[in-house]
Design a protein around this ligand. Structure first.
Ligand SMILES: CSC[C@H]1O[C@H](OP(=O)(O)O)[C@H](O)[C@@H]1O
Length: 370
């Protein structure tokens, strides 16, 4: 997407001019510095890729998957032997347990690596990681096209005023390589001239909405209002939300949706108020192995410090963290929750919109469902 007149993706190969994979460097936007500072990180090896995922310099299910893929390519550039690749694979996989795209991307590159002669492995892995990145861009653009049709329908039902869309966390281009998932329909609709406004859940505790989604929408010129997470139900009760569109980190073959903590509560409020609740995802986010998401999707629990402290920009411009709880209070920090399929109006995929059900997903992805 475009920032200050320049096109960016969230991850790219730093072409040093060398054709030697050992010289390859992966560049990413450091999302821990946004929105106050726009900085990039260079990932020189797979350990740095692991750290970037774990520390959320890169985040968002599709982007985590692409970063994992490049991390394995960096590992192969250092040592293309089976044991080194296996060790790097396990270390990358262990960084964050919930987004299934990480396993999906790692499995795809690892399978290629082990089927390739050692001398050719690094180059093949970088090519495959690049292909995964390009596929993600195309998938997300297509999700945008299919989702924009839903926004157009809402505009036709409510002529003369903007369509009000609520989103949670950040499922924009910063969560993918480009375009995003939940925000892609918003970008496509806005660029098509459809009047819309976005309610942006701040999304405690890491504030991906207040910091990242607001940054994206401001950069794109999309009207938006940042709200407390707890305001969404009130807005829906008062007819101020026409539809919800969120992302997901793992969706089961039955349509149960795992997403940032708090999504389930928004889905309940939407259901109670008759507000359509859509989830946008590429097929790489579907976990065909799992039927019951509530019972079987691993929920990442992160440091309590993310709850007890808030980061932001002080009056003097310094980016800093402050304690918001009393010294000595305990805190816990579940990063995701699972919304049962019955609360999901539809899934916006790169192949179209389908029901949040096994039949719906198999109808669109029969070639992937196994
Ligand atoms: C398009 S995936 C976006 C998804 O990932 C976010 O989680 P995190 O910021 O912890 O990586 C959140 O659940 C978003 O909906």
């Amino acid at each position: 997407m475009r920032i200050d007149g320049r096109d960016y993706r969230t991850i790219w190969l730093d072409e040093s001019g060398s054709q030697d994979p050992a010289d390859a460097r992966v560049r990413v936007i450091d999302q821990t510095r946004l929105p106050h500072r726009f900085e990039t990180l260079t990932l020189d090896n797979s350990d740095e890729a692991s750290r970037a995922i774990r520390d959320m310099a890169v985040r968002g299910a599709p982007l985590i998957g692409v970063t994992g893929a490049y991390g394995l390519a960096l590992a192969a550039a250092a040592d293309a032997g089976d044991a080194a690749i296996e060790a790097a694979y396990e270390k990358l996989l262990a960084t964050r347990p919930t987004a299934v795209n990480l396993r999906w991307g790692l499995d795809r590159v690892k399978a290629l690596l082990l089927a390739t002669p050692v001398a050719a492995r690094a180059a093949a892995a970088f090519a495959e990681a690049g292909a995964i990145a390009e596929e993600d861009v195309a998938c997300c653009a297509s999700i945008g096209d299919h989702g924009a049709a839903l926004i157009r329908d809402a505009a036709e039902k409510n002529p003369g005023r903007p369509v009000n869309i609520l989103t949670h966390c950040n499922a924009g281009w910063l969560a993918t390589v480009d375009w995003g998932t939940a925000l892609a329909p918003i970008y496509k609709a806005a660029r098509a001239g459809i009047g819309l406004h976005v309610w942006v859940d701040e999304t405690r505790p890491r504030n991906q909405g207040a910091s990242l989604t607001a940054f994206e929408l401001l950069s794109e010129g999309v009207p938006h209002t940042v709200i407390a997470d707890n305001a969404g139900g009130h807005l829906m009760q008062h007819g101020m939300v026409d539809l919800c569109i969120v992302g997901t980190d793992r969706t089961t073959r039955t349509g149960d949706v795992c997403n940032k903590i708090g999504t389930y509560l928004k889905a309940l409020a939407a259901h109670d108020n008759g507000v359509p609740f859509y989830v946008a995802l590429p097929s790489s986010t579907i976990d065909w192995r799992i039927e019951d998401g509530v019972a079987n999707i691993p929920i990442e629990e992160r440091s309590a410090r993310e709850v007890t402290h808030v980061s932001g920009r002080a009056a003097d411009g310094a980016v800093t963290e402050v304690l918001v709880t009393p010294e000595g209070s305990s805190a816990r920090n579940w990063a995701f929750d699972v919304t049962p399929a019955k609360y999901v109006t539809g899934l916006i995929t790169e192949r179209g919109v389908c029901a949040a059900s096994e039949a719906g997903l198999r109808g669109v992805f029969s070639d992937l469902a196994g």
